[in-house]
Write a protein that binds this ligand. Structure first.
Ligand SMILES: Cc1cc2nc3c(=O)[nH]c(=O)nc-3n(C[C@H](O)[C@H](O)[C@H](O)COP(=O)(O)OP(=O)(O)OC[C@H]3O[C@@H](n4cnc5c(N)ncnc54)[C@H](O)[C@@H]3O)c2cc1C
Length: 399
């Protein structure tokens, strides 16, 4: 099923695969394979191993610790990581705030922050969405008023993934309330330990704390923490969102889960025979395989286009990746629930947290419903499917 690779590319893939097999700690591999979410310590540990190897921020320019790989190599690396069930380097750091600092930050910000972002010495969260500003992000109301060499920030951010684990937030704030809404937005880096920030958990339908709501009450943020120019934050955000959507393809991760579902289905008996022999089940898998192949080709086209353009504009096809990648990942989590059958409901929180406790039923089965519920967010977060349809209609179909 692999796309045909040149001899050099195949060698590169083998090199990556061999290294990943040796470098990924066994406990982490097992956890990821079972569908248990990695802890903060797991993610930090793995990112530092990658950084040591020089692979934590593969798409960054070489002078900032990137690899210099071309688009195909980057794609192969990502796919091999997902295939090996290795946790991705923290996306907020590596795919979102890092590239924005590289493209628009000051020399001082690059020097000071990029090495820490790469090594996960600082963990960033994304403070864009607010109550009343999600799809219509430019309506955001959190204000930042200049007071000497500081901004005073007031307002609230909502849905912030992993804010409770984060040291810093990259945030969009309103610095001009009179201009057209996209023109009055500034991009700030906010230290989460700043006085005046409070946070409440937002429990998602999987029963876990992933998201948060933060409140800013006269929070002082140094002007030196602004990225680029005041009121130009919308341009930087658009650049970032293109990066975010490209990474929603997750072809390797979906492939790995489908392969897992196929393997597990040979062990599950349904109507007196292995589920893997059930024709309806096979048809479902075949359909996903075909759609995954189409997604893979689109993904490579988008990555190649991104590497060629120099004006920071994103390929609108990233919206196709966002929609299709999300749907197929969801389909893979659904298939795993189907394979687990009633055992999918045997959720045991302690087990899922990787702590003590024993799962009821097969160890892999207890996480399937947990992940199924959480992954409903794939077609919402980072821009909902309906919003991506609007982008495709305008930018690709010219409607
Ligand atoms: C699990 C999770 C994690 C998240 N993490 C983060 C994070 O870390 N940082 C962050 O900033 N945000 C985060 N978000 C927020 C996410 O980006 C928003 O939820 C998303 O953009 C949708 O915004 P909303 O929730 O306000 O819904 P709304 O914008 O109110 O949309 C409600 C419904 O209306 C539809 N709709 C809205 N506008 C249109 C339109 N113009 N045309 C057609 N249909 C439309 C939407 O598709 C949706 O179905 C996260 C969300 C989730 C669920």
């Amino acid at each position: 099923m692999d796309l045909r690779l040149s001899a050099d590319e195949a060698r590169f893939r083998d090199e990556v695969r061999t290294w990943l097999n040796a470098a990924l700690p066994d406990d982490l591999r097992r956890k990821m394979h079972l569908g248990v979410r990695p802890s903060k310590a797991d993610i930090v540990r793995w990112q530092r191993i990658l950084n040591e190897k020089g692979w934590a921020a593969p798409s960054w320019p070489v002078e900032h610790g990137g690899t210099g790989w071309d688009a195909t190599q980057l794609y192969i690396f990502k796919e091999e990581m997902q295939r090996a069930f290795a946790p991705d380097p923290l996306g907020m750091n590596i795919n979102l705030v890092g590239p924005v600092i590289i493209a628009f930050g000051s020399e001082q910000q690059k020097k000071e922050l990029l090495p820490k972002i790469r090594n996960l010495d600082i963990w960033f969260c994304q403070g864009f969405s607010e109550p009343g500003a999600g799809s219509d992000l430019a309506s955001l109301k959190t204000t930042a008023v200049r007071d000497g060499d500081h901004y005073i920030v007031n307002g609230s951010k909502l849905w912030t993934s992993n804010a409770h684990r984060a040291d810093w937030m990259f945030a969009l704030v309103r610095t001009d309330t009179t201009a057209k809404k996209q023109k009055g937005i500034t991009y700030l880096l906010i230290d989460m330990k700043s006085p005046g920030i409070t946070m409440n958990p937002v429990i998602t339908m999987d029963g876990d704390r992933w998201c948060n709501q933060e409140f800013f009450d006269n929070v002082r943020v140094p002007v030196a923490n602004r990225i680029g120019e005041e009121n130009k934050g919308w341009n930087y955000a658009k650049y970032l969102l293109g990066h975010e959507r490209v990474n929603f393809g997750k072809v390797g991760a979906t492939k790995a889960r489908i392969a897992l579902a196929k393997a597990l289905a040979t062990r599950v008996i349904s109507n007196g025979k292995p589920l893997s022999e059930d024709q309806r089940f096979q048809e479902k898998l075949a359909l996903i395989d075909v759609e995954l192949k189409a997604l893979e080709i689109t993904n490579m086209q988008v990555v190649a286009a991104m590497k060629k353009n120099t004006d920071h504009k994103q390929d609108p096809k990233a919206s196709i990746l966002k929609i299709k990648g999300g749907e197929l990942y969801q389909a893979a989590t659904e298939i795993l629930v189907e394979v687990a059958g009633p055992q999918a409901m045997a959720r045991q929180t302690e087990f899922l947290k990787g702590e003590t406790g024993t799962a009821v039923g097969a160890d892999w089965a207890a996480t399937t419903s947990h992940n199924y519920f959480m992954m409903r967010e794939r077609t919402i977060a980072g821009g909902s499917t309906e919003v991506q349809h609007n982008i495709i209609a305008k930018a690709i179909l010219g409607l």
